[in-house]
Design a protein around this ligand. Sequence first.
Ligand code: BES
Ligand code: ZN
Length: 630
Amino acid sequence: MTIYRTLTAVAAIAMIAATGCRPEPASEAESAPEPKYAVDHHSFGNPNEIAVTHLDLVLNVDFDKRMLMGTATFKLERNSGNTLVLDARDLDIRSVKHGKPLEGGEHAVAEFKIKEGNEHGDILEIQLNDSAELVTIDYSTSPDAAALLWHSPSQTHDKNSPFLFTQGQAILTRSWIPIQDSPALRITYNAKIRTPEGMLAVMSAENPTEKNEDGVFEFRMEQPIPPYLMALAVGDLEFAPLGDRTGVYAEPGLLEAAAREFEDTEKMLETAENLYGPYVWDRFDILVLPPSFPFGGMENPRLTFATPTIIAGDKSLTGLIAHELAHSWSGNLVTNGSWNDFWLNEGFTVYFEKRIMEALYGPEYAEMLNVLGYQDLLATIERLGPESEDTELKLDLEGRNPDDGMNDIAYEKGYLMLRSLEEWAGREAFDAFLMEYFRVHAFETMTTARFIDYLDATLFADAKERPDVEAWIYKPGLPEGHPVPVSDVFDRVDSVRNMWLEDQTAAAVLPVEKWSTHEWLHFLRGIPEGIPAEQLAELDAAFDLTKSGNSEIAFAWFLQSIHSDYRPAFDAMEAFLIEVGRRKFLEPLYAALAEDEAHLKWAKRVYKEARPNYHSVTAVTIDEVLDAGE
Ligand code: BES
Ligand code: ZN
């Protein structure tokens, strides 16, 4: 906080010196002193009055009842008032006690009430006496808790044991822990998790590497983290080291393949540190989840959660590991103040991820990834509409589901803006700026306005003419003169595709032997929508695309198959839709299916079988997609 205030003053002077008097956009103008915890429309918590600062969590994992039950004890930072307000969603709160640490276990009963909040959760109000420094909540979760996915053994890779995992981001932690569920606050935590025999529990914390006889596991997270990074998984898990500070957890039957796929992780970690400063979380391990995991990856500190669909056999999809690793700086160390500032997490992370990939695999490789990202961005701008406010980097998600803002704008437009700053400042200066940004703001929250102030005070301080970052941040679409990634490799793919499309060359003789996954993706994405199914059949006969074991290629192929009604791919697509719960794949596939009556009918039949395998974040999205298609 102090650091920020100083910078603001410096920034104001620098701004006037550099540009004359630049008016702040009205929405960001602030006259009153900033509160310690940034405003967050997606949490009912009142941290500016009483904040939770440390959590002791004791939970039993009951696979039969599909419930977590136990206690959450919070240390409090009291500024004003006697009412502690927490977020709680579908929790059964049995009792609340409060007291001081030295009173031992004998804490007094505290009054509490649960008030109705909104569709994202309710309001838990606890009345404290003047001296209470601790509060203990005895509770259990609902079998339908939105953050949790409970799997029976048949839904796992090895089919031996049940599996449980949590997904907290954006606002689901409140469905398994009563907490002030805002990214603007940070807590340290200890946890004790009791599991059935023969299982291993892991968390976003210091982790065990082996099962034990009593099934009780203890965890410590000594660095303060925002609540959306609280994470737990329980399953038949084993550990394999990858390097000194890196390793992987997976079901035994997947462990070897996972360890091979992720063998570059230690190198990625070293590369990341060379770019933007020391890794402060001690270890970086990866947990491979069941394919139902709703995301590609989730940057839970010390233990990234990852979909098994990136295990392609050739390391071609491990950019995702670089991405989650990069969040150890952008997101986990410097955290978006509210979900309106989500681009500060994801845009920085995509930029950082691409720099890791470039350092490890060369600029030509990284530029292919950049072009694919740029294509996604253009498609998203087109879908949302070039004038849509949702294409601005700074979002206004008040009254909406934060999920609505979690699309390629934050990721890819955010990336392009940082790339434009790199081009303006030069790589060396920009890298120094970023390294310093992470150092100065470590373990703090960052808002968009604060970031602009920081830019003005540092990177832009001596500039005669500074870049118009406001155009990127507060205006829709892309500013004029924005960077455009181009790849010579992809240009060659374009001519190969044209040769084939114009029927000068049979698919079987196309020069594709040396193609990477990315060239295939570019090839498939560039096929005009709805070409005759016979043409897809020709490709399939030559390259067996329907049977591709690469999830990204399969996804791109299925999309084309839907558009061309290429039926021979539908059985494989059905299996994919039932097994995989990754929303990034499922949403576009179901949306494409919903465009045609016969396809929609087919999709609904498949969805009926698939839905019980999906996590709530995916199910909620697909419910909407299919209802809209009615
Ligand atoms: N933090 C995100 C996942 C996320 C975003 C969860 C919003 C909940 C709400 C994660 O770092 C991410 O971006 N994952 C991407 C990876 C990709 C960009 C390499 C994914 O899951 O596809
Ligand atoms: Zn991310």
